[in-house]
Design a protein around this ligand. Structure first.
Ligand SMILES: NCCCNCCCCCC(O)(O)C(F)(F)F
Ligand SMILES: [Zn+2]
Length: 601
């Protein structure tokens, strides 16, 4: 199993810059790269990576995706004067040439290929390439949207041919639709392209009909193009996570890619003038971590957009930190996605129902009933005069975000209380084997357990000898309930009684939402305490009494794969209102499993 994280950066790519006044392109500045690299150094992340040199992509490699005309035009700009550069740039939508652009773009391509080689050769497990000009808007025969060559598309095509790959996933979390990448692979079933993007019902650039959720791919590529349009700004962490839980991850696990490439734009992060979204840099740690579970961790992250320098650099650091294997920060804040996000998620799931098993049972009846479409709702009209003011507030806005991020990232990097685990360990001897973050707790003493059980849990605890086994669980649970630790682990020979007592103890302690995942057969099914407990029971025997509570789900593990369960757990966690206070995992047996049919209560 490969290990290590590659980091590819070459300051040569900072020489490409805008030579004239152009309010559309003036945000794509060299500091995007140097600022990010400096922040990586500041967090001591560069030294932890395997620094792999960039190289120039060859003409042949560029021709994997682009036409020779396009290559010739780009090459010819190296010797042009400013006036000629401006003229040629005017042939494209939102692109600018500099005399060094061609060379920088070739290095950007080569950096991506170096990253693919480092990962595919097993030299590293994963990595990130900090490149510009970006790539996902550029097309076979055209530059577009700050992009000259499509770095990620070339990397995918290169990986297919050099390593004989049959399934490559491209995840494009940039806030703009990578229409270039879509056009290149829309008929190719071996490349699954997923993009979310600010869309606002086709009002946001590049304002294409084919950026909507019903562009599912063409011919043999049907089902291999997934567009998730954001029809409102202000999307946040919960919306992004919901998009992963309900759209990308179920399909990605089913696709089971051999390599994952990320068109990693951070203009989908908070404070970015283009995206106008609210997701904080720590969300990119979670998105990265989810993608690391695919393709045996073979993950290549290639930079696209991102124009708020502080937000961009913090997000780059969160990404690299996670690639290096650091634990992801605790998810906090709003947990439920907004209505507009739910609508987009439902639409894209319905559009892809014919192509993916995991969407087989999707209910698409709502599609007929137009009234659910939010764009029929009154849209807030932004009269043009505010356009100018919005630019100014944007400046103040950008500074305000700086201060917010200073504080926010401090909490993320130095959480209080530091993630701590409680455990009861029989022999003091083994206690020293535990990492420092684990707090050894003494078992609750027998009299206390007896008093507690006889007062509140007598109906659950039949034989006396189970009392013994409750001591360690209750001791650990107490530390969690009193917020002295975040989580804990306890062993118990009577798992189902311990769980039943633990659940009721938590609810009695005042927790309103408790998630329980129980693996193995249970003698008694604890009641879900009028909806304050969500129980997911992975078992072999169908339970005797029919509990029709929507808060009790039993899954026969002979018929589902853990990957499905994982996404189900995420789905249910998300549906289970905002968040849940504690999570128990009790497993009494391990079982092998294979895919057959999913039967959900
Ligand atoms: N009214 C015209 C607005 C044009 N806006 C162009 C935005 C380009 C975005 C580029 C990017 O961020 O997607 C990339 F990742 F490629 F850099
Ligand atoms: Zn972008």
């Amino acid at each position: 199993m490969a290990s290590g994280t590659a980091l590819i950066y070459d300051e040569e790519m900072t020489s490409h810059k805008l030579l004239w006044n152009d309010p559309i392109c003036d945000i794509e500045v060299p500091e995007r790269l140097s600022f990010s690299y400096e922040q990586l150094k500041c967090y001591h992340l560069v030294e932890r990576c395997v620094c792999v040199p960039a190289r120039e992509g060859s003409e042949e490699e560029i021709l994997l995706v682009h036409s020779s005309e396009h290559l010739e035009v780009a090459k010819s700009t190296q010797t042009m004067n400013e006036e000629e550069l401006k003229r040629v740039s005017g042939n494209y939508d939102a692109f600018f040439f500099h005399p060094s652009t061609y060379r920088c773009a070739r290095i950007a391509v080569g950096a991506g290929l170096q990253l693919v080689d480092s990962v595919m050769s097993g030299k590293v497990c994963n990595g990130m390439a900090l490149v510009r000009p970006p790539g996902h808007h550029s097309q076979r025969n055209a530059a577009n949207g700050f992009c000259l060559f499509n770095n990620v598309a070339i990397a995918a095509e290169y990986a297919k041919r050099k390593y004989g790959l049959q399934r490559i996933l491209i995840v494009d979390w940039d806030v703009h639709h990578g229409q270039g990448t879509q056009y290149i692979f829309e008929e190719d079933p071996s490349v699954l392209y997923f993009s979310w993007h600010r869309y606002e019902h086709q009002e946001f650039w590049p304002s294409l009909k084919e950026s909507d959720y019903d562009a599912v791919g063409l011919g043999r590529g049907k089902g291999s193009n997934i567009n998730l349009p954001w029809n409102k700004v202000g999307m946040g962490n919960s919306d992004y996570l919901a998009a992963f839980f309900h759209v990308l991850l179920p399909v990605a696990f089913e696709f089971d890619p051999e390599l994952v490439l990320v068109s990693s734009g951070y203009d989908s992060g908070i404070g970015d003038p283009e995206g106008q979204m609210n997701a904080t840099p720590d969300v990119f740690a979670h998105l990265t971590h989810f993608l690391m579970q695919l393709a045996n961790g073979k993950l290549c992250v290639i930079l696209e957009g991102g124009y708020h320098l502080k937000s961009l650099s913090e997000s780059v650091c969160m990404t690299v930190k996670t690639l290096l294997g650091d634990p992801v920060p605790q998810i906090t804040g709003e947990m439920a996605p907004c209505l507009s996000a739910i609508e987009s998620i439902q639409n894209v799931r319905a559009a892809h129902k014919p192509y993916w098993k995991c969407l087989m049972y999707e209910d698409t009846s709502f599609l007929q009933n137009l009234s659910t479409k939010s764009h029929l709702l009154e849209k807030v009209n932004t009269n043009p005069s505010t356009e100018h003011e919005s630019k100014i507030t944007n400046k103040d806005e950008m500074v305000k975000v700086e201060r917010f991020l200073e504080l926010h990232m401090k909490n993320i990097l130095f959480p209080v209380p530091p993630i701590k685990t409680a455990a009861t360990i029989e022999s003091e001897a083994s206690a020293h084997l535990l990492p420092l973050s684990v707090r050894v707790v003494k078992e609750m003493d027998m009299n206390e357990v007896k008093a507690l059980v006889s007062a509140f849990y007598a109906d659950l605890v039949k034989e006396d000898e189970t009392l013994l086994s409750l001591g360690s669980m209750l001791a650990v649970l107490d530390k969690i309930l009193t917020k002295q630790v975040c989580n804990g682990i306890a062993e118990s020979p009577t798992a189902s009684v311990s769980v039943a007592v633990a659940l009721r103890h938590s609810v009695r302690f005042g927790f309103q939402r408790v998630l329980c995942i129980f693996v193995g057969d249970m003698e008694i099914i604890p009641n879900t305490e009028d909806g304050r407990i969500l129980m997911i029971h992975i078992c072999e025997k169908q339970q005797s009494e029919k509990t029709n509570s929507k808060h009790y789900i039993s899954l026969n593990w002979k018929e589902v794969r853990f990957t499905f369960i994982r996404s189900l757990v995420y789905v249910r966690m998300h549906r289970f209102e905002e968040n849940f206070s504690s999570c128990y995992f009790s497993s009494s047996r391990r079982q092998s499993h294979s895919v057959k049919r999913v039967r959900r209560r």
